[in-house]
Design a protein around this ligand. Structure first.
Ligand code: NAP
Length: 470
């Protein structure tokens, strides 16, 4: 398409193949948003690292053509007379991400007032970027508040378009809120609103399609990256038809679409019981996997026996320990996983969860491995191929233009982008350089203040050190 404000550099478009795999040319055009506040320093440092890694690995054969696109304060200051509030996120920026598929962005200021709640949320919704992908791993030497940060190596698939991000809520006292309450109390017979006169109301939609596409992406990722398990995280004990349904849809999807490649945790126990004792009856196996079996109603007992009988049919493909080679699908409650990531992080690998739980979990995990200065993220639609890789921290305005902050979050987001493009060697080179540089205790202020005997580097200095270590 023709752009008025943007300049398209020489290069080729990344496209989506009919097999659902990205087709990446050697000279791809990649839109980037520099970001507000510290984003300017961070982008300048990060882009040098990306270009150097690509050149070191592929020589003149491959090169990224960067295309600057605008969002946040920069276009607002440039274009607000012409575009008004739209200048925060010009249409052309969204169009560029749509056209060139894969892009990267720094942190953006959240607009104050106006019709846009958050630029990040707007971009995710406009491009239907339904997965927020947050890998969390530890780099040796990074200061951490926990004893064994090295036990964390997880990849969070957080649903990005539903749940609280749908933003369906009404403030108490407004006519709309009163209308909703009248409907709930009057027509639906809801009796559990404790203080109806002063209650605001929010609604969280969780759909089958939305849950399935996210969980599918998580399982495909686990299979493609040889990961051990996918854990569905939810509060289904309380929210049965939203969170509970998310879990149930997840298990159904896993056992229908990926039958030969996965095993559920309960199936693994049934099969393991049979591996140890091939003559075990259905009833005794049911008792072993559900110790409360004898106290259950006949209907509940029948359901457990059916579960055991179904798992017995898998013996050919999963028996004799074969299940150990499959990706395990399990689930846990959101509150429990928040404890277990601290006490036994090794038990978790890929996680698929909804928006709110994913928000808490990924930030808690980021803190465990050293904080938001190095936590990368991506927003991806695996069906269309659209993806925007991004810093997970904000603009940290007090540090703007001081060449001070850690560029690690954007650099590692770029690593994820290179991996997504299939440029694994360049991604690996950057990760190795980060490992080495942090190992040498050459770090930015956020790490230096918590490390003994570290050398303080600027934002650009950290990029120089990475390049030197490639
Ligand atoms: P923030 O910008 O993330 O900053 C909070 C604190 O995190 C900073 O004061 C600093 O801690 C630390 N920090 C942030 N970036 C860092 C980096 N690169 N290296 C090292 N430390 C870093 O959060 P905020 O101050 O609440 O938000 C500022 C603006 O950013 C707001 O407009 C907010 O809406 C926006 N925001 C944007 C995004 C995004 O674009 N993805 C995300 C979150 C917030 P110390 O002071 O301890 O050094």
């Amino acid at each position: 398409m023709a752009y008025t404000y943007l300049t398209v550099p020489t290069g080729d478009k990344i496209t989506m193949g009919s097999d659902g795999k990205l087709i990446v040319p050697d000279n791809p055009i990649i839109p980037f948003i520099e970001g507000d506040g510290t984003g300017v320093d961070i982008w300048k440092a990060s882009v040098r690292v990306f270009d150097e890694a690509v050149e070191k690995v592929y020589g003149s054969k491959r090169k990224i053509s960067w295309m600057e696109v605008y969002a946040g304060e920069k276009p607002f200051n440039l274009f607000r007379k012409k575009m008004g509030d739209k200048a925060w996120l010009p249409d052309e920026t969204v169009e560029a991400f749509r056209e060139f598929l894969v892009g990267i962005k720094g942190p953006l200021t959240t607009p104050i007032g106006g019709g846009i709640r958050s630029l990040n949320v707007a971009l995710r919704q406009l491009l239907d970027l339904y997965t927020c992908l947050r890998p969390v791993r530890y780099f040796q030497g990074v200061p951490s508040p926990v004893k064994k940060p090295q036990d964390v190596d997880m990849v969070i698939f957080r649903e990005n378009c539903e749940d609280i991000y749908a933003g369906i809520e009404w403030m108490t006292g407004t006519a709309d809120c009163e209308k909703v309450k009248k409907f709930l109390i009057g027509e639906m017979g809801v009796k559990k609103i404790r203080f109806p006169e002063t209650s605001s109301i929010g609604i969280k939609p969780i759909s089958k399609q939305g849950s399935e596409r996210l969980i599918r992406a998580a399982i495909q990722y686990a299979l493609g990256h040889k990961r051990k398990s996918v854990t569905l995280v939810h509060k289904g004990n309380i929210m049965k038809f939203t969170d509970g349904a998310f879990k149930d849809w997840g298990y159904t999807l896993a056992t229908t679409e990926f039958r030969s490649e996965i095993v559920t945790e309960r199936e693994s126990r049934i099969i393991d019981n049979l591996d140890r004792n091939p003559g075990l009856s259905v009833e005794d196996n049911a008792r072993m996997i559900d110790p409360g079996y004898d106290m259950m109603s006949p209907k509940q007992q029948k359901s457990i026996r059916n579960e055991v009988a179904a798992a017995r049919k898998l013996m050919k493909t999963h028996g004799a320990g074969q299940w150990k080679k499959h990706v395990m699908i399990k689930d846990t409650l959101a509150d429990i996983i928040m404890q277990q990531i601290l006490t036994r992080a090794k038990e978790f690998d890929v996680v698929a969860t909804m928006n709110l739980e994913g928000d808490f979990l990924s930030d808690a995990l980021a803190a465990q491995v050293g904080g938001i200065g190095i936590a990368p993220g991506a927003n991806i639609n695996y069906v269309t191929g659209h993806a925007i890789f991004e810093a997970t921290h904000g603009t940290a305005p007090k540090y703007a233009n001081l060449d001070k902050v850690n560029p690690g979050s954007v650099i590692l987001s770029g690593v994820m982008m290179l991996e997504h493009m299939g440029w694994q060697e360049a991604a690996d080179l950057i990760v190795k350089a980060i490992d080495k540089t942090i190992g040498q205790k050459r770090v930015t202020y956020d790490f230096e203040r918590m490390m003994q005997g570290a050398t303080l580097l600027t934002c650009s200095g950290f990029a120089d050190a990475l390049i030197e270590n490639m």
